[in-house]
Ligand binder design. Structure first.
Ligand code: SF4
Length: 276
């Protein structure tokens, strides 16, 4: 595909330390050193330091208020009928969910953020769905995914492809509640939470899903293969093209991998551009 980048997008890429081909810079960067594809990174949960400056978008305060830690709470089955819920009902169901032990320590559920719906009950109409792993400390406090340094990097990545977390994009996590101490999600927790993400995808009907990090991939593709083996091709989830890439928190620790993340974004852009 031909990729036209304006000056702003090139500036964003420069901030990500990514160069793209141009007549003046005729070499797409190849990370130095051996690629550790067989040793897939286990991305850390989203960074918690330095909350992003923007206000939460697309989050229902009433839904968030219904959440909260319930120390010693008795676990309850997920609400029935998730597969037929509209957007608002789904958000309320998540806010009142006590289906796994993460409900005992969360401060807020984190349903997602992005393009606001056109009308109450409707899902936002977006081309892009970004799926991360699980809320970190600040995400739990704010009830919004991808805040802090990882969120800032994600915003730069989106800007580099002409997107914005407030427009034409929705951002969610595989897990809606924070694992205490930012530990890794457990398989049972991912399994309990998966129907919510599935319904989000059904309602959003994005043109592409960008799965960021190992646990997003586990939830969406039911695969434990390393990210390095899954990236570079287009998968499918419920008939929606899905591209696997590294979590921004991992990219912050491994800036040499940013060029690969850029290649993944280009692959996802090609999937969006393909006639539906
Ligand atoms: S993580 Fe998901 S399944 Fe577990 S309590 Fe939160 S919303 Fe419910």
């Amino acid at each position: 595909m031909t990729l036209e980048l304006d000056r702003r997008q090139r500036a964003m890429l420069a901030e990500m330390n990514i160069q793209v081909w141009s007549p003046e810079a005729p070499s797409f960067p190849v990370p130095s050193g051996r690629v550790r594809e067989a040793d897939a990174p286990v991305p850390a949960p989203p960074a918690s330091a330095g909350a992003a400056s923007q206000a939460p978008v697309g989050r229902s305060p009433s839904a968030a208020a219904a959440a909260g830690p319930r120390p010693g709470a008795t676990l309850q089955p997920r609400p029935s009928g998730i597969e037929t819920m509209d957007w608002d009902s789904l958000q309320a169901a998540v806010a009142g969910c006590f289906a796994c032990k993460l409900c005992t320590s969360r401060k807020n559920t984190v349903f997602g953020v992005g393009q606001p719906p056109a009308a109450p009950g409707d899902a936002p109409r977006v081309d892009w769905l970004v799926v991360g792993e699980a809320p970190g400390e600040n995400e739990d406090l704010r009830g919004e995914p991808f805040v802090g340094q990882a969120g800032k990097l994600l915003d730069k990545m989106l800007q580099a492809i002409g997107q914005d977390r407030r427009r034409n994009v929705y951002i969610a996590n595989a897990l809606k509640c924070r694992p205490p101490g930012n530990r890794n999600p457990e398989p049972e927790e991912l399994a309990q939470c998966e129907p919510y993400l599935r319904r989000q995808v059904e309602l959003l009907r994005p043109r592409v899903i960008l799965a960021m990090g190992r646990f997003a991939v586990q939830a969406l593709l039911a695969s434990t293969e390393p990210i390095g083996r899954l990236r570079g091709r287009v998968h499918q989830y419920q008939g929606v093209p899905l591209v696997v890439t590294y979590h921004p928190a991992y990219l912050l620790r491994s800036p040499g991998e940013k060029a690969k993340a850029w290649a993944d974004l280009c692959l996802a852009m090609a999937a969006v551009a393909r006639p539906g």
